[in-house]
Design a binder for this molecule. Structure first.
Ligand SMILES: NC(=O)C1=CN([C@@H]2O[C@H](COP(=O)(O)OP(=O)(O)OC[C@H]3O[C@@H](n4cnc5c(N)ncnc54)[C@H](O)[C@@H]3O)[C@@H](O)[C@H]2O)C=CC1
Ligand SMILES: O=C1O[C@H](COP(=O)(O)O)[C@@H](O)[C@H](O)[C@H]1O
Length: 248
């Protein structure tokens, strides 16, 4: 990728996980409403993704977008997810299409399908011997308004792909934690995404060729109810970490 990669939400947890490993791999244009905490590895735009003019300026000359900015709270209220996650994602995707960007990776979430975790299925689905598996072809089934906003982002991606040819990868990220899977939290262990695998997966999204994809963003955990086969097949994802290797 010769042209710059626009990374929205670069100051957040996922953004840091990506930049910690890929800072030198691309020419980055970073975008966040918070100014950089440390010396950024590229041009930095301080702005809000709902500000169309700033987003359009930031998109100039960009080859690919990793769109992370948004309200990540599962309990976020409607006004916040409507503004930051739905309207903001629409603004970024539309600006990408108008600027001729070809590749777009969207940070979706496990919460887009959270309501598949019914009382009857849990807690067994968090355990390695259970057979229940979501593979990305199922309908969204959000369990909160945040999940609704992520399903809406996936739907916006479908629209901008079908109508405008944008290549879109929606990554339903599981539970990103640094160095170690979440402790005493079976659900989090089943959907753990290590920092190393996170950076690798988003690099795959930048390098692979695809049309429109929904994939799960988790490590190769023994315990899992999200399939990573589609990410392997289409994106070349080859995760190195597994929450089962951490026993304490
Ligand atoms: N951390 C995780 O385990 C997961 C994260 N995700 C998604 O990944 C994305 C990033 O999440 P995190 O890094 O954990 O969140 P975070 O809160 O650490 O980072 C989000 C960043 O986006 C920025 N931001 C928020 N709204 C903005 C706006 N309107 N304009 C410009 N910048 C804005 C914030 O300043 C922040 O730096 C989010 O879209 C979240 O929904 C999805 C599933 C799991
Ligand atoms: O989408 C997200 O999911 C993760 C995991 O969800 P949780 O309900 O197990 O905490 C969450 O940590 C993250 O903040 C959120 O953006």
């Amino acid at each position: 990728m010769d042209a710059p990669v626009l990374l929205t939400g670069s100051e957040g947890r996922v953004g840091r996980a990506i930049l910690d490993r890929l800072a030198g791999a691309y020419e980055w244009r970073l975008f966040d409403r918070e100014p950089p905490a440390e010396d950024p590895p590229g041009e930095f735009v301080v702005g809000d993704i709902t500000d169309e003019e700033t987003v359009r300026e930031a998109m100039d000359g960009v080859g690919a977008v990793i769109h992370l900015a948004g309200d990540p709270r599962p309990e976020a209220p409607w006004d916040s997810v409507l503004r930051n996650n739905i309207d903001g994602t629409h603004t970024v995707m539309e600006a990408a299409v108008d600027a001729g960007v070809e590749t777009f990776a969207f940070a979706s979430s496990n919460h887009a399908v959270g309501a598949y975790e019914t009382e009857a299925r849990t807690p067994n689905i968090y355990r390695p011997d259970d057979k229940f598996l979501l593979d990305g072809t199922e309908l969204p089934r959000p369990g909160n308004r945040y999940g609704v906003s992520k399903a809406a982002g996936e739907s916006l991606g479908r629209f901008f792909h079908d109508e405008h040819g944008l290549s879109v990868a929606c990554v339903r990220i599981g539970n990103l934690t640094k160095d170690h899977p979440p402790k005493d939290y079976e659900r989090g262990q089943a959907m753990w995404l290590s920092h190393r695998d996170c950076a690798h997966l988003f690099e795959c999204c930048l390098e692979a060729e695809y049309d429109y994809e929904i994939v799960y963003g988790i490590s190769d955990n023994d315990r899992k109810y999200y399939s990573i086969e589609r990410a392997r097949e289409v994106l070349g994802y080859d995760p190195q970490d597994n929450s089962a290797n951490y026993t304490d």
